[in-house]
Ligand binder design. Structure first.
Ligand SMILES: Cc1ncc(COP(=O)(O)O)c(C=O)c1O
Length: 482
């Protein structure tokens, strides 16, 4: 946000854009919300948008586009091979990261699949600050395993550490020593660490990690999907970045990495993704996979309109007004909830506000998915859908036992430039009501449990009739209000 000081009281987020196209929203009654979440098997992924008031499931592919992005989509050059649109995207990506090569893919997980197929073998290990669901699934499916080497502070709910997404260099050295460098497929560093509250890493930490990797001849792979948020925090919180431009910080990230991949549903505000590198050897290996799994080298599964939008979206990512909008709204929501005693991850990170379901629902054991139960209860209370980021989002171990997540989070994503401050205040209000009534909420159990990525389409039932009690309390407290 531009430097604007306020005359009366505390500061609040000020939008540096205006809304020119809107979509009407629908808020259905609490009884209909209960019906909808039951039909969705208590899985917010399975809700129909027509029943959702504020969609805080994710920021993926749902950030608001700029007028310049929309305009660029009208001049797309459609062609299987050699389109001008692809040249514009390629130039934009190369200009952004300063890398020699760019290969397109249909989305972030496609990049993860390709990199895992190339680098991961039976017995490989991939150390990373923290796993992301699809990244881990692709590594394990290819016979590898993940080692999380985030700093201890990264797993604390309440903290004032500015870079909770940092890798612990001591842990990295220990993993390399234990497994042997030749068994480390690559080290993965995730910008804006998704599953632990959208927490950033510092430029200093990435560069230290890079030094260790280069000395051991292990490729360093940067997942840049949430780079925009990370960049904002580098500029705001890291002394060495204060006088650097966002473009300069991005180049330093790229110089420290051997391979960069991203989901353009997040970075660039479109659809699709891609992989960048300066290494001809990696480029040639990755290139072989693109036509096999994604599409020809000049579209990789993306539509030309999306490619145009990403090309413009990347240049807009270097605008501080644009990248600050998400984090300052999240900061506002986190501070308001924290001030009123609701357990949330601090400091506020990127992506969304993360509610600590373990503390919120401390009477529900992890085996009954407290974060999933909180997501279901919050939808009933508000019509807002969040995303479970806890044990439900984990995969069972090789013996079929639950892997209890380090954190049980309900993530309330704030897609950039989508919601107004009054809508965020509504989300806060309904969370405060639910916190008052938290003892009414009980757990969930699976009735249909897919083996892979179960959180996407698994179905659950409540362990008792707690949802009816919650609806009755809502009616008693709010009368005929929606
Ligand atoms: C950090 C991170 N990496 C990778 C992905 C996968 O990207 P996609 O959804 O485009 O497949 C995501 C998606 O949410 C993500 O947040």
């Amino acid at each position: 946000m531009a430097n604007v000081k306020f005359y009366a009281g505390e500061s609040f987020p000020l939008e540096m854009h205006k809304v020119r196209i809107i979509q009407k929203l629908n808020l259905v009654s609490v009884e209909d919300r209960l019906k909808a979440i039951k039909e969705a098997g208590n899985n917010t992924f399975l809700l129909q948008n027509r029943d959702v008031f504020m969609d805080m499931l994710t920021d993926s592919g749902v950030n608001a586009m700029s007028d310049r992005q929309l305009a660029s989509m009208m001049e797309a050059d459609d062609s299987y091979a050699g389109s001008e649109t692809f040249c514009r995207l390629e130039n934009s990506v190369k200009n952004f990261f300063g890398t020699k090569y760019f290969l397109p893919a249909h989305q972030g997980r496609a990049c993860e699949s390709i990199l895992s197929k190339i680098f991961v073998k039976d017995g490989s290990v991939v150390p990373m600050n923290y796993h992301f669901t699809t990244a881990k699934a692709h590594i394990t499916i290819n016979g590898g395993k993940v080692e999380e080497i985030i700093i201890d502070e990264g797993l604390k709910i309440k903290s004032s550490h500015p870079f909770k997404g940092n890798i612990d260099i001591g842990k990295l050295n220990a993993v390399i020593k234990n497994y042997g460098a030749s068994n480390v497929a690559y080290v993965r560093m995730e910008a804006g660490t998704n599953l632990v509250g959208g927490q950033p890493f510092s430029l200093e930490n990435l560069e230290e990690t890079s030094k260790v990797c280069r000395a051991a001849k292990i490729p360093l792979v940067l997942d840049a999907s949430l780079l925009a948020d990370n960049l904002y925090f580098n500029k705001l919180r890291e002394e060495a970045c204060k006088n650097m431009t966002l473009a300069q910080i991005t180049r330093r990230f790229a110089d420290a990495s051997d391979i960069i991949y991203f989901s353009a549903r997040k970075l660039g505000f479109g659809r699709g993704g891609g992989i960048c590198t300066n290494s001809e050897e990696y480029f040639l290996k990755i290139r072989e996979m693109i036509p096999l799994y994604e599409g020809f080298l000049t579209y990789g599964g993306m539509s030309v309109r999306e490619m145009e939008a990403i090309a413009v979206g990347l240049s807009e990512t270097l605008d501080e007004d644009m990248i600050s909008q998400g984090p300052i709204f999240i900061d506002y929501m986190v501070r308001e909830l924290d001030r009123k005693g609701v357990p949330v991850i601090t400091p506020a990170g990127g992506l969304g506000c993360h509610v600590d379901a373990k503390a919120f629902l401390d009477h529900i054991p992890q085996s009954q998915y407290p974060a999933g139960a909180l997501g279901s209860a919050y939808f009933i209370a508000s019509g807002i859908r969040g995303m479970e980021r806890g044990t439900l989002s984990e995969q069972r171990d090789e013996n079929g036992a639950e892997t209890f997540s380090n954190m049980e989070l309900l993530r309330l994503a704030l897609p950039r430039r989508v919601f107004t401050l009054s809508q965020v205040n509504y989300a806060i209000d309904r969370m405060l009501w639910l916190y008052e009534n938290r003892k009414l909420v009980e757990g969930l159990r699976f009735v249909e449990e897919p083996k892979i990525l179960r959180f996407f389409f698994g179905r659950l039932d409540p362990v008792s009739d707690w949802q009816n009690k919650l609806v009755a309390k809502f009616r008693a407290d709010f009368g005929d209000s929606l």
